[in-house]
Design a protein around this ligand. Structure first.
Ligand code: SF4
Length: 164
């Protein structure tokens, strides 16, 4: 089964107060109207994120990062869970940006943070007061949308969130 990813990048704003290595997994089937990341719809885009490749990336950046963030990948639950366990075992927090409203507990039990909800242009992203999306700290049960309030620095987040 494919679990391809676009080359990961370090991000600062997608997970508040964390420095995250972010993996965008291709093969998204949510099909949000107005998706700005349609390159993520084709599961053949990117390279297969094997456990060995994932571990190589984490070893390269583990002294710089505090969290690993996945944009998508919940459609391959077992494969995603393997990655979350690897990250947790390295002492890293984990986050999933999903376009779904609900995530199976078999995945969420390995997550520190979870963003749910599809991209809906008229409602906006996490920095919009009318958004349908929710960002949770699953360890505390806290809803953290308030940390995404618009500032000059994060006005892009409304678009960035379309990646999952
Ligand atoms: S916005 Fe995200 S969840 Fe929605 S179709 Fe695009 S990549 Fe998939």
């Amino acid at each position: 089964m494919k679990f391809n990813c676009i080359r990961p990048s370090i991000v600062f704003q997608e997970v508040p107060d964390e420095i995250s290595l972010c993996f965008s997994i291709t093969g998204c089937k949510v099909g949000c109207k107005g998706c700005h990341s349609t390159e993520l719809w084709n599961e053949n885009q990117g390279v297969q994120l094997t456990n060995n490749l994932f571990i190589d990336w984490l070893n390269k950046y583990k002294d710089l990062i505090t969290c690993v963030c996945f944009f998508g990948g919940e459609w391959q639950a077992e494969t995603l869970i393997e990655k979350l366990i690897i990250a947790n075992n390295l002492g890293l927090k984990t986050c999933l940006y999903s376009g779904e409203n609900h995530i199976n507990i078999s995945i969420s039990q390995h997550l520190t943070f979870l963003k749910t909800g599809k991209w809906t242009p008229e409602l906006g992203g996490l920095n919009s007061p009318t958004t349908n999306q929710t960002f949770y700290n699953l360890k505390t049960g806290q809803k953290l949308n308030y940390l995404f309030k618009p500032t000059d620095d994060n006005t892009h987040l409304g678009e960035q969130n379309v990646a999952a």
